[in-house]
Structure formats: structure tokens, C-alpha cells
Write a protein that binds this ligand. Structure first.
Ligand code: GLA
Length: 378
């Protein structure tokens, strides 16, 4: 509170506190924009916000991760600006809220994040959903979480220019404590599955490898999938790449790269189905096997892993008690995850940390994560 008042000054208006989690995708990457199944969980790393209304139609934002103060005048047209940095995420959401004629007011918002930025744990989706949620609640709205996640995805597609799917914003908005979300990205039908790993824990490993050119490579992958799909559609009426049959991919896509991308999509979607079944049955060994297979597919056919993520996954899998590991999210750097027996976690941290440092000269941050609720007021 004191820090908030130091930054934004005194006011009679009440300060409210909110939280938006990051997310880990257990399995099913680069599947959401291909209409398949994904299996994310909202995690206990995230962004807390303190927010207080203003009467002058200005939204001020500050964050503990950057000195930059963002100031948005609701009377003026909001435009993307490279110099606004992370501020473009809230700006995109605010612009769309305005276009949807939601009468948002000014606010002072202070963000405090323990979610590593740009590391593939959806820090951008968390900022987007959090901003939208705060401003809608402040305007007295009961928030429709699905609609909010779709609005934030649209902001990222149109304002930021990243052609992301729905998974991240959905997970941040719709997460439920101790549940994973088995989300069909074509229909948006979602099943909450108990996220109970028994004696095992979900571990996140941040490679601290900067995700250079990640946005442009992401868009490139998406375009490759669209090209593959359009080749199949010349002969078959399929709604999306995940619903194509494997022989269609093999026979109708001649280009090696496009074929490899579509092959990943097809297999990854099968692995998600297997993983959902394994999780429901408490068969963690099979869950781990699907995760291992998924990593290889992302690395070899989709080519979105990198040396650092491969090293983390290899190191993780050499520890007794680790039964599966894979990169998570878009890739090109960022985070990998592993399922590790609770008694072996400390050995795991030491071994992976040492091995990774020796191989890359980078430090790995390792977190034990739990599934938590989506965005909420505290
Ligand atoms: C990013 C995107 C998501 C999804 C993942 C890869 O996180 O925002 O929509 O495509 O990459 O699974």
C-alpha cells in the first residue's frame, strides 16, 4: 500500500487487489491454432495487482519488473507503440474493451510479478487478462471469463500482431485450483480434470534463454500449418489440421518442411488424448511417456525447441524419479517442465542446475508448481 501511494499519491478511492496466474501447458503445444486438444494448468506463479479508480480518464500502470510507467488517456485513440514495451499488452486490451463499448474508467494500477517475463509461462496473457478483469470489475461488470479470454486473444492477434491461439488467455482466465483443463480448441469445450500427481510433482525449469525472434517464428509456424491444411483441403473437407487423417498428410503434402510440421500437429494431438486418459487414470508413467514423445516431436518435426531446452529435458530425464519432461509453450527458449517424484526433487534441482550450468553457462531457475484458480480479486 505504501509503495502504491508513493508512486501514485493519495486518493479517497479504495485500493483493491487482484491476481492473475501464469500457465504451464502439460502437453499439446502448437495445437490450439490447429483446432486440437491442449492440457494447460494455471500455476501459482503470476502477477498481483493493486488498483484504484481515477476520475480523469487516465490509466497509469507501473510494474516491479520495469521502471517504465505506462499512461493511457482513454479520451485519445490508443495505438501500438514500440516504445511502450510491455504496456502494449494492456493497451491492446483497453482498446478492445472500448471498441466493445464497455464504459471503463481511469485507474492507477501497480503490478507485482513473480512470473518470469517472456519465458513461455504466459506473462503476456496474464497481463492482458488481469488488465481486462480489473477494468471490468471496476466498471461493475460480472466478468464472463470465456469472453474475456477471447477478447484478450484478439488483442494479442490484432494489436500486438502475434497470431496466438486461445490456450494461454483461456488458462489464465479459466483456471481452477487443483485442476487441469482438457480444452478442445475448435469447440472451446473444456473438461476440468483433477490435477493429482500422487507422489509426483510438476516442476518448471526456466532455461533463462532469451526467446529471440519468437514472435516472428511463431507466426511462421502458423502459416506453415495453414499451407499444409490448404493442400489437404484441395481434396478433403477437413475443419482443421488436427482432424486430418494421417495418410492425407503423408500423401498430399509433398514439401518436407510442411509435412514435418503437420506430422507434429497430428501426433501431438494424439499424445494429448493419451495424456488426458493417463492423468484421469492416475497412470503417471504413461503421462510421462507422452510428454517425452511430445518433446521429440516439437524438437524434430516442429523445430521450436533449442539446445538449452533439449539439454534441460535430457538432464531432467537422467535423474531417477523423473518420469517425463518436455518444453512447454511456444518454445524457442523459455521453459521446460518435468514430472518428478517428490522425494527426488532436491537431487533433481542440484543435478539439473549443475549440468545445465556446465553445458550452457546459464543458470536454470527451478520451481515446484501447483494448479491454481484463474484471475480473481483477492
Ligand atoms: C504460445 C501461444 C499459444 C500456443 C502456444 C504453443 O504460448 O500464445 O496460443 O499456441 O504458444 O502451444
Amino acid at each position: 500500500m505504501q509503495q502504491f501511494k508513493k508512486i501514485f499519491g493519495e486518493s479517497k478511492q479504495k485500493i483493491r487487489t487482484f491476481f492473475a496466474p501464469g500457465r504451464v501447458n502439460l502437453i499439446g503445444d502448437h495445437i490450439d491454432y490447429n483446432g486440437g486438444m491442449v492440457l494447460p494448468v494455471a500455476i501459482n506463479l503470476g502477477i498481483e495487482a493493486q488498483a484504484r479508480p481515477r476520475e480523469d480518464g487516465i490509466i497509469n500502470m507501473r510494474s516491479n519488473i520495469s521502471e517504465k510507467r505506462i499512461s493511457i488517456d482513454l479520451q485519445k485513440e490508443i495505438q501500438y507503440s514500440p516504445s511502450a514495451g510491455w504496456g502494449n499488452y494492456p493497451m491492446g486490451v483497453i482498446r478492445l474493451l472500448q471498441m466493445t463499448h464497455i464504459p471503463i474508467q481511469g485507474a492507477d494500477i501497480l503490478l507485482k510479478s513473480n512470473l518470469p517475463v517472456g519465458s513461455g509461462l504466459s506473462s503476456s496473457a496474464a497481463v492482458e487478462v488481469l488488465t481486462g478483469y480489473i477494468l471490468m470489475r471496476q466498471a461493475g461488470y460480472e466478468v464472463d471469463r470465456l469472453a474475456l479470454s477471447l477478447l484478450c486473444q484478439k488483442a494479442e492477434n490484432e494489436f500486438i500482431g502475434v497470431q496466438c491461439g486461445i490456450m494461454d488467455q483461456f488458462a489464465v482466465a479459466m483456471g481452477v485450483k487443483n485442476k487441469a483443463m482438457a480444452l478442445n480448441c475448435q469447440t472451446l469445450e473444456n473438461n476440468y480434470i483433477p490435477f493429482d500427481l500422487g507422489d509426483f510433482k510438476l516442476v518448471v525449469m526456466n532455461s533463462n534463454k532469451e526467446r529471440s525472434l519468437a514472435d516472428s517464428k511463431y507466426n511462421e509456424r502458423r502459416a506453415e500449418c495453414e499451407q499444409g491444411l490448404s493442400l489437404i483441403r484441395q481434396q478433403h473437407d477437413v475443419p482443421n489440421l488436427c482432424e486430418a487423417e494421417f495418410p492425407m498428410i503423408n500423401e498430399l503434402i509433398q514439401d518436407d518442411i510442411l509435412k514435418a510440421r503437420a506430422t507434429h500437429v497430428w501426433w501431438e494431438n494424439q499424445y494429448v488424448h493419451e495424456a488426458i486418459e493417463a492423468l484421469e487414470e492416475g497412470d503417471f508413467i504413461s503421462l510421462g511417456e507422452s510428454m517425452d514423445a511430445s518433446h521429440l516431436s516439437l524438437a524434430n518435426d516442429y523445430e521450436v525447441s533449442c539446445d538449452e531446452l533439449d539439454m534441460l529435458v535430457d538432464a531432467a530425464r537422467s535423474v531417477d524419479g523423473c518420469i517425463g519432461a518436455r518444453m512447454t509453450g511456444a518454445g524457442f527458449g523459455g521453459c521446460a517442465i518435468a514430472i518428478v517424484h517428490q522425494d527426488e526433487i532436491s537431487k533433481f534441482k542440484t543435478y539439473v542446475g549443475k549440468h545445465y550450468k556446465q553445458a550452457t553457462n546459464l543458470h536454470v531457475d527451478i520451481y515446484e508448481c501447483e494448479a491454481v484458480d484463474g484471475v480473481k480479486e483477492i
